[in-house]
Structure formats: C-alpha cells, structure tokens
Write a protein that binds this ligand. Structure first.
Ligand SMILES: [Zn+2]
Length: 145
C-alpha cells in the first residue's frame, strides 16, 4: 500500500485522540496533495457531540471559498451527520480508512455523486475493534445507539 499523506495525517489524528482518552477517529482535508487541516473526534475531550473527526477537520480548515478541489480523508466511514456535511459542502471525493466496524453512509454519499474510496486499512480496523470492545458505552453514545 502506498503511503498517502492525507490518510496518514487522519490516522495520526485518530491516534492522538485515543491517547487523550477520546474516540479514535481522525480526518484530514487535502488540497493539491497538501494537508489543509486535520481533526479528530473530540466528543470526550470537549464535551462536544458534534465534534466528529470530519467535522473537526472542516472546522480547523476554516472558511474555504470552495471544496470542489479537496479530498476528505477519514479513518472510519462517515456517519449521517458527516455525510450530510460532505454533500452540503460539495466535497467531491472521500477516502475512508475502513467500514468493517461501522458501515456509515457510503451509499448516501455515492447517491449524491461523491466518489468514495475505501482503503480497508488493517490499522484502522484494529484500532476501532479494540476501542469498541474496551469502551462499548462510549462508542454507542457516539453513534447514537
Ligand atoms: Zn460523523
């Protein structure tokens, strides 16, 4: 597997979140091969239920005149909230670390013309499997189960 700087940045953000006691999901917004911003799930750290990794990366990127030339990387398949934001901001391409541990809303994205690539990265799968096993209540809270 080739190293992709956007994906590696998202994975690093997820690991940072885990080290902080948070939910290990990270994201990165990339333009022209450069990482514009990274974010991680900060539900625990900030007491913010909306601060999913994708939302945190978009917040960190600040105002953008357009997203049509960007790629959003995320370690886990986006939920309905994040998928809706991707559609709203017209982000054309999303690269997903894995969708084994959470199916997400990939069909919603595709139905709205978003190109979705799933890497099925074993590091992401292992991290989320361990987290879901060790913190089932926190995981259920994050996905509103
Ligand atoms: Zn989300």
């Amino acid at each position: 597997m080739t190293r992709d700087i956007g994906f590696e940045a998202a994975l690093e953000a997820a690991r940072t979140g885990l080290a902080e006691g948070g939910i290990p999901i990270g994201a990165a917004l990339v333009r022209g091969g450069e990482v514009l911003a990274v974010g991680r799930n900060e539900r625990v750290q900030n007491g913010d239920p909306i601060a999913h990794g994708e939302m945190s990366a978009l917040r960190a990127a600040g105002r953008q005149a357009t997203y049509r030339d960007t790629v959003l990387y995320t370690t886990l398949a986006p939920c309905a909230m994040c998928a809706g934001t991707i559609v709203q901001f017209k982000i054309p391409r999303v690269v997903v670390g894995e969708q084994r541990t959470f199916p997400g809303e990939l069909e919603l994205l595709r139905s709205r013309g978003v190109e979705v690539e799933v890497l099925d990265d074993p590091r992401c799968v292992a991290m989320m499997e361990a987290f879901q096993r060790d913190q089932p209540a926190l995981w259920a809270e994050d996905i509103a189960e």
